[in-house]
Write a protein that binds this ligand. Structure first.
Ligand code: PLP
Length: 393
């Protein structure tokens, strides 16, 4: 069995491009060109150079000594938190802006929930001098004021989505409407391994730099390219896809995906998509998503804005269904505790998304000789208010 994408754009039974006919030319143009463009030497060298000089790659693979001692196993942290803009998302937005330029697009649109992807998109638009329009639910604009300010400072126009629940899915609808109306000059930057084919594959390939680096960095540290476990939190699934990418077909390497259980998997307030999800179509791809018995999408909940998504990318739906990856759900409380523990033991304040991944060490026991690589997807600066309120700091 293969765990990567097939020619038709499917991971097992998941994926595809379930889009309105009016969007077909846009998506088809991208599908026909993305692999060709990415293979051009000129593209590769510009992408690599920006990752090095602008993003600050390679991100370190750090042996967390005190954390390892506490859990009696070997824990390495892949430090995506040290990237410019504070998370892994920039790897993807750099890649997509280079594709957009080569396809002759000079207008960029995106949708954002918590604002992290909006900021990463506004950043690369400023870098390239391209027009940037970010759709964001009116409610999210109120909740995420600092990120809205960042986007504006970076020169983006933030347009509120006023329909429906005025959150992420409504912003997505607005972005799709915009793209239908501007098929020639506009590229739509999607922020995770979600959306119609070729987006999940394209985003996974841009994030694959993470596992490419893990391989040679682990060789330097441990004399082997292969960890025993790779652990990552999953919202849409892009930091996990990047951390897994070069290990997907090597079943000696165990993959662990950590989802947000919110107040508890069975509480009705969670974002544990694969466990609770049923097959359905969201954002143009067939995947697992949280829905009511008559197929309406359920509002997810997590203390972490980046994991608060009702679906999961098709790669992860397949990893779940096939059993290739182990899925673990972590509650708000478990994540917050693990986040604070990393601060105290290693002097690193993690994003609350990443804190979910860190929390598995309380739940699962590893052998002393196991090499566990954990994707530290982002830094905690953006979450300071949440930490302050939670711990009464
Ligand atoms: C957005 C975000 C996530 C979740 O997105 P994925 O596509 O699942 O990686 C995780 N961590 C951080 C820090 C984020 O900003």
């Amino acid at each position: 069995m293969s765990y990567n994408i097939n020619e038709k754009g499917y991971y097992g039974e998941f994926g595809g491009a379930y889009i309105p006919e009016m969007l077909y030319p846009n998506v088809e143009e991208l599908r026909q060109n993305y692999l060709k463009v990415m293979a051009e030497p000129d593209f590769k060298s510009e992408f690599d150079k920006l990752l090095k000089d602008y993003v600050g790659r390679p991100s370190p693979l750090y042996f967390a000594k005190r954390l390892s001692e506490k859990y009696n196993t070997k824990i390495y942290l892949k430090r995506e938190d040290l990237n410019h803009t504070g998370a892994h998302k920039i790897n993807n937005t750099i890649g997509q802006i280079l594709i957009a330029k080569r396809l002759g697009k000079h207008r960029i649109i995106a949708e954002t929930g918590a604002g992290q992807h909006g900021v990463a998109t506004a950043t690369v638009c400023a870098l390239m001098g391209l027009e940037c329009i970010v759709y964001m639910g009116e409610i999210d604009i109120e909740r995420q004021a600092p990120n809205v300010a960042r986007m504006k400072m970076l020169g983006a126009t933030v347009i509120p989505a006023l329909s429906g629940s005025r959150t992420l899915k409504d912003a997505t609808n607005e972005a799709i409407r915009d793209w239908i109306n501007n098929p020639v000059d506009t590229h739509y930057i999607i922020g995770s391994v979600v959306g119609p084919h070729p987006y999940p594959d394209m985003v996974a390939r841009f994030q694959a730099i993470v596992s490419e680096e893990i391989q040679w960095q682990l060789q330097e540290h441990e004399g082997t390219k292969k960890p025993d476990y790779v652990v990552a939190c999953v919202g849409g699934g892009s930091n996990a896809a990047g951390a897994y990418y070069h290990f997907l077909e090597d079943t000696d390497v165990n993959l662990i995906a950590v989802e947000a259980a919110g107040l508890g998997v069975d509480s009705g307030e969670s974002a544990a998509t694969s466990v609770l999800g049923k097959e359905g179509i969201i954002h143009g791809s067939k995947t697992l998503l949280m829905q009511t018995t008559d197929g309406q999408i359920t509002e997810p909940y997590s203390i972490s804005a980046g994991l608060d998504y009702p679906g999961v990318g098709p790669m992860h739906a397949h990893l779940y269904k096939s059993g290739r990856a182990e899925f673990i759900s972590i509650t708000d409380d478990q994540a917050m505790k693990a986040g604070l523990e990393l601060c105290k033991l290693e002097g690193i304040i993690p994003a609350i998304e990443s804190s979910h991944a860190l929390a598995i060490f309380e739940q699962k026991t590893f052998n002393p000789n196991d090499i566990v690589v954990l994707s530290l997807s982002g830094r905690g600066d953006k979450d300071l208010d949440t930490y302050i309120n939670y711990f009464n700091l």
